[in-house]
Design a protein around this ligand. Sequence first.
Ligand SMILES: Nc1nc2c(ncn2[C@@H]2O[C@H](COP(=O)(O)OP(=O)(O)OP(=O)(O)O)[C@@H](O)[C@H]2O)c(=O)[nH]1
Ligand SMILES: Nc1nc2c(ncn2[C@@H]2O[C@H](COP(=O)(O)OP(=O)(O)OP(=O)(O)O)[C@@H](O)[C@H]2O)c(=O)[nH]1
Ligand SMILES: [Mg+2]
Ligand SMILES: [Mg+2]
Lengths: 292, 280
Amino acid sequence: SLTDRLQGIFGELRNHGRLSEADVDVALKEVRLALLEADVHFRVARDFVKRVRDRAVGVEVSQSLTPAQQVLRIVNEELVETLGGTAGRLDWTGPVPAPILMVGLNGQGKTTSSAKLAVRLRKMGQRPFMIACDTFRPAAIQQLVTLGKQVGCDVYEEGTEASPVEIARRGLEWGRDRGHTIAIVDTAGRQQVDERLMDELVELRQAINPTEILLVASAMTGQEAVNVAQAFHARLGLTGLVLTQIDGDARGGAALSIRAVTGIPVKFLGVGEKIEALAEFHPDRVASRILG
Amino acid sequence: LFRTAGTLDAAFWDELEERLIAADVGAHVTADLITELRARDARRAFASGEDAETALRELLEAILARAGDTGLYLPEEGVGVVLVIGVNGTGKTTTVAKLTRYLQLGGRAPFLIAGDTFRAAAIDQLKVWGDRTGATVFAQSPGSDTAAVVFDGIGAAISRGADTIIIDTAGRLHTKTNLMAELEKVRRVIGRRQAGAPHETLLVLDAVTGQNGLIQAKTFMGSVGVTGLVLTKLDSSAKGGVVFAIAEELRLPIKLVGTGERIDDLQPFDPSEFVRALFS
Ligand SMILES: Nc1nc2c(ncn2[C@@H]2O[C@H](COP(=O)(O)OP(=O)(O)OP(=O)(O)O)[C@@H](O)[C@H]2O)c(=O)[nH]1
Ligand SMILES: Nc1nc2c(ncn2[C@@H]2O[C@H](COP(=O)(O)OP(=O)(O)OP(=O)(O)O)[C@@H](O)[C@H]2O)c(=O)[nH]1
Ligand SMILES: [Mg+2]
Ligand SMILES: [Mg+2]
């Protein structure tokens, strides 16, 4: 683990008074390695290590902490700060039903997260429903309808013939008539390099003016997390990230990369396949996981 | 460690390292590659950056070559069985459909088993692909025991004289011991129902996956054995570089690549094309 590696490096440093540049640089080599192993984007890792270096050099080696612990504490603080805490705050101001748009690459957990979010919002006293705007993937609509039935949540769908924009517009009217306060709009997975599909999302955003646009991404996403988030953010204006599959052992460095480069806050964590498996984001827990 | 031998300076090596990391090759494999290249440069300087890159490409192709045969092997006689596994959302069900079409074009008539009895509309999803390809889909009701469905499905396929069976399974994180145990049971049941099967156990890996891909491959391999990788979503911006660590540590070859969401977006793996694309 990183703790052990740093302990090994600083083992001999017992009697020094302050952390020297040389000591810190040796330690930060290990930190950078740990971040890369955790799938943190290489530029984000480099910038992060620079910030830690500025904070660590010349720091008095405390009586109660070993030098390794000292550096680690700074690393941890910096990580928690960067991941930063606007935990789980969703916005649903504006005309009801407030639309929440779920977007992201193929297979990351958008449909499952839509249902999870619906249940959570209902527990918070809202009246959510879901709109099935994935008209492409085989049985995507059935998937959302089945989940809706499982949790007793309305799902508006028009099959695969209408366009996502039409379905979303008519869905909002339908939801308003039934007294729903929030509309969770599930969309088809797509790659950010597919211009046509990105244009479709922009069109959808313009049509329904969402109060939240959430990027859904798996914790096992590698270096491309930055390119993906930047592209979706540039075209749509993302308001938050849902990081899924945290119940696995992927370190989740994508969360740091996305947050550091786009400023998008992590709003929720997917922590399992079941509907209850949605957790609030706690930066300290994700930080220690990234460090391994 | 290395004196700057010829024209290649520290900036060159740093930039090369960054490109490899950016492609998800990983810090360790990247470090080994750069060390090897710099050692060669020290013995006899590369004339240019291009020469160093050519040497790198050769090293990468060599790693893939050591991983083993990229062919898909199904028996000429009797029924061939393909088991498709992997973590959630990587493209297993879509790959089953694409593989069905691919094998149909080669003269086979795959019979599909809907082994995902858990996820909402998983069976419906495979049935749509069955309709589109004309392949028979064997399914029981959602919530059925997967091993039982697979056992009965193989029996049904054999009694129909099927030449190929492709088994779709539920996505599962390799960290879930109960789900991995279920998969091991499915594997045993397959072997019991049909001697020699499964002939191919394909691990489906999403190209956007980072270093966790290596742990996925290790765990699935240790649990049920894997004969090859299907690397999906290569139409994304991701390079899939984690496959080099997988090749190096596990000798696990990539057999197929997925390049889109449509039925014909599946190709046999081409190592030199893959390595070339890594740098484009
Ligand atoms: N273990 C785990 N699995 C998850 C989580 N969230 C989603 N999944 C699973 O991931 C797979 C993909 O989920 P979907 O909701 O279908 O993903 P999607 O983004 O809607 O997929 P597309 O619509 O095809 O782009 C399914 O097997 C889900 O059960 C999570 O937090 N943990
Ligand atoms: N762009 C792209 N999308 C793909 C590819 N292969 C699969 N997909 C998409 O990825 C998403 C998930 O595909 P599935 O086949 O449902 O994945 P799965 O592994 O069966 O998912 P679970 O059964 O839930 O674990 C769907 O939106 C597919 O269309 C590919 O090669 N390229
Ligand atoms: Mg979906
Ligand atoms: Mg599936």
